[in-house]
Design a protein around this ligand. Structure first.
Ligand SMILES: Cc1cc2nc3c(=O)[nH]c(=O)nc-3n(C[C@H](O)[C@H](O)[C@H](O)COP(=O)(O)OP(=O)(O)OC[C@H]3O[C@@H](n4cnc5c(N)ncnc54)[C@H](O)[C@@H]3O)c2cc1C
Length: 700
């Protein structure tokens, strides 16, 4: 694993930034001609400028590459020529300085205001088309174009009052400085902006393995034994750190757990785990911490029910593409091109992630891959960046026409808790198309068995996992963590990793004065993702002829037949079902209200009735029944609102950075980057563990 981490992305070398600058210089040629050749009473320079503008415009028409500056320059010089020659108004010739710089100021200002900064037109040459609308690219060039606007403003005012001459050293010097700024800021700017954004989190905790010697003193304390907590703990313990995990429940896993009722076992919620293809991120992580995935996971077979049609897509990309093509023959080409497009981006994502085991938040891209990486990655991975800048719906619309087909492919975006319109490209790849490309898997023995194995892995590396220990307080002093208090026990630690949702952590476990009001307000402003109502039903019926995972798009619920993925989850001839339907937290009364139990029974009966449409006759064969409401989920994991995916992950939403403003306090899990789900929680933990222990490529 480490040797893979040592590899680096080698961005494609090219000279297109220089070409962009030359293009910018060329765009100023008409203006130079205007300023140099035009004198009061001598308007010939305007004709020359118009001529050059025509040539530049013709070149654009020829190459279909339209740029605002040249087009607006043409309009200006055409207007000036009209005013001077036929009409005889010599103002444009008499006031070349203020007129020229004033016009350029207007062009630059308008271009920034309409979010099409004029310098971006030239810089586009250096980037694939897919990156042109990226917010970071637009922001960078808004800054550059604003600097140009400032230069134009100064020159316009000073030439208007004859403080400087239009071709004098100050005007020329300012223009040259703006060119140099453009050149430098284009390559250094992305990294600079990212560093500025994260400057509050740039603390350092010097931590060497096993530096903690006292009995209750640890190098790292992890609060919460969800997948993010267990992964962080296992990775750090393997690297020699003295690690403690505190978990409030009697079993590890958080949302990724199993439960037993009578002779039946159920997944508490997780239906499938991704990232498990040969050398996929989860496959590699598990091997790294000594858990062989071989024989431990069963690939799901999928069924979709949409507009009354039943579509079995089997498992994996080929069978999905061909099954969908059979049902929608007129869309066969579009289905093929969508999956090809997604697969290219998906594997580009994993090719670049592979260097560091996870996609990286932008500030780590800069720190680990160098200042230029933020500018180079879009060129190296154009297919990926095309997805990152779009929503799932936009991608579906690019390739497909049928709404039913789009709904089927997007059904998995429910795994993100978002509609296709609100699903970001990254989540579309990781949580929707990716699983259809690379498969989803059910852990043998249910999701809880995976969590148990991970807890044992932590212990096998010398870590300490303490169940039934609720952390009451994360201890801090002068904005630095000191440890964790659980009841009467105090555990000192040099770093604390909170696998608890950051809102719970910040509002309940940390001293408000230490973490700061601004950060608390930020965390409070983040909406939670949606919750669910879940039914666990053991039925006296053999359902083995059905696929293991059924998405009823018409009825908006999912059926996981645990026993079809692992026949040990139910007695022979019987079946174990987990039924999941989305539900808002406030759609259900609090647990202490009188009608809570009644409502729970009603909802369970309703969901079972809906499931009967898919699995006829099961209603009469239920021998074991239980249910979880959003309130159950909340009380089990302490995630506010029983949110399935931590914070809402819709387009435009934000997630907390994995470092908090308190020195030594980290977050790992579904509520931070890259998002929700078992695979993503593991990735967030890999980021966190590597950040604490030092990225292996640094040779630490
Ligand atoms: C119904 C449902 C279906 C899902 N389906 C899928 C799926 O099919 N595929 C998929 O990949 N993901 C799925 N997910 C999401 C996935 O389960 C989660 O994103 C992931 O497991 C979250 O891991 P985490 O590391 O954030 O920890 P969490 O699961 O949030 O666990 C946090 C842990 O911290 C503990 N804790 C909290 N406070 C304290 C405290 N004060 N002291 C000590 N311990 C504390 C909790 O008890 C818990 O064990 C599903 C989730 C749900 C609820």
């Amino acid at each position: 694993m480490s040797s893979e981490l040592n590899a680096r992305v080698e961005p494609r070398k090219d000279t297109s930034t220089i070409t962009g600058i030359l293009l910018l210089a060329a765009a100023f040629l008409p203006w130079v001609a205007y300023w140099v050749l035009t004198r009061p009473g001598q308007p010939a320079g305007i004709a020359v400028a118009l001529g050059i503008s025509c040539l530049l415009l013709a070149q654009q028409l020829w190459t279909h590459s339209y740029r605002l500056l040249e087009a607006a320059s043409f309009v200006f010089f055409a207007g000036a020529a009209l005013a001077v020659f036929p009409i005889g108004n010599t103002a444009p010739a008499d006031n070349a300085g203020p007129f020229g710089f004033g016009a350029l100021l207007l062009i630059a200002a308008v271009s920034v205001l309409v979010r099409r900064p004029f310098t971006a037109d030239m810089a586009r040459l250096a980037y694939p088309r897919q990156y042109w609308h990226n917010p970071a690219f637009i922001t960078l060039h808004s800054i550059i174009s604003s600097v140009w606007a400032g230069v134009f403003l100064v020159c316009a005012v000073f030439t208007a009052f004859s403080v400087i001459s239009v071709t004098g050293p100050l005007a020329v010097g300012l223009m040259v400085a703006a060119f140099i700024f453009t050149l430098v800021f284009q390559s250094k700017g992305p990294a600079y902006l990212v560093k500025q954004k994260y400057r509050d989190f740039e603390w350092h905790v010097p931590l060497t393995p096993r530096s903690s010697r006292q009995q209750n003193e640890y190098d790292v304390a992890v609060v919460g034994a969800g997948i993010g907590g267990l992964t962080t703990a296992a990775l750090l313990a393997k690297r020699g750190y003295k690690v403690l995990v505190l978990e409030q429940q009697s079993q590890p896993g958080g949302y990724c757990r199993s439960l037993e009722r009578g002779d039946f076992a159920f997944s508490a919620g997780v239906t499938g785990i991704t990232g498990l293809w040969d050398s996929g991120p989860v496959d590699r992580l598990l091997r790294h911490i000594g858990i062989s995935p071989d024989g431990r996971f069963a690939a799901h077979s999928h069924r979709y029910i949409c507009k009354g049609s039943v579509i079995d897509t089997g498992a994996g990309m080929q069978s999905t593409v061909s099954a969908l093509g059979d049902v929608f023959p007129e869309e066969r080409d579009g289905i093929g091109s969508l999956f090809q497009d997604a697969a290219e981006a998906f594997f580009q994502l994993h090719e670049y992630s592979r260097q560091f085991d996870s996609p990286l938040p932008d500030h780590l891209v800069v720190r680990l891959m160098g200042d230029r990486a933020a500018a180079h990655l879009p060129r190296t991975y154009p297919g990926l960046y095309d997805w990152l800048d779009k929503t799932l719906q936009q991608k579906l619309d690019e390739h497909l026409r049928s709404d039913s087909l789009k709904a089927i492919i997007a059904a998995a975006s429910g795994q993100n808790g978002t509609t296709p319109e609100a699903t970001t490209g990254l989540r579309a790849l990781m949580g929707c198309l990716g699983p259809q490309i690379a498969g989803t898997y059910y852990p043998a023995g249910g999701p809880g068995a995976l969590a148990e194995a991970m807890a044992r892995a932590v212990e096998s590396f010398g870590g300490n996992v303490m169940l039934n220990y609720r952390a009451d307080r994360i201890l801090t002093d002068h904005r630095q963590v000191r440890g964790v208090r659980s009841g009467a026990d105090i555990f000192q630690a040099h770093a604390v990793v909170s696998n608890v949702n950051p809102r719970t952590c910040v509002l309940q476990l940390v001293d408000a004065n230490e973490i700061g009001g601004l950060y608390i307000d930020f965390i409070k402003s983040l909406p939670m993702s949606r919750s669910a109502f879940i039914v666990y039903a053991g039925v006296d019926a053999d359902l083995s002829s059905y696929p293991s995972l059924i998405e009823n798009i018409d009825g908006d619920f999912t059926i996981l037949i645990n026993s079809n993925a692992d026949d040990r989850m139910a007695p022979r001839g019987r079946s174990s079902l987990t039924l999941i339907a989305p539900m808002g937290y406030r759609d259900f009364p609090p647990r202490d209200e009188r009608d809570y139990d009644d409502r729970k029974r009603q909802f369970a009966a309703l969901l079972l009735r809906k499931a009967e449409d898919v699995l006829p006759g099961i209603g009469d064969r239920v021998v074991v029944l239980d249910a979880a409401t959003p309130r159950t989920l909340e009380s089990y994991t302490s995630i506010p609102d029983g949110a399935l995916y931590g914070f809402d992950q819709s387009v435009g939403s934000r997630r907390p950075h994995f470092r908090s403003p308190i020195k030594g306090l980290y977050f790992a899990g579904a509520s931070t980057f890259p998002g929700a789900g078992v695979e993503s929680a593991m990735m967030s933990a890999m980021i966190c563990a590597n950040d604490i222990a030092g990225w292996p490529r640094d040779g630490e």
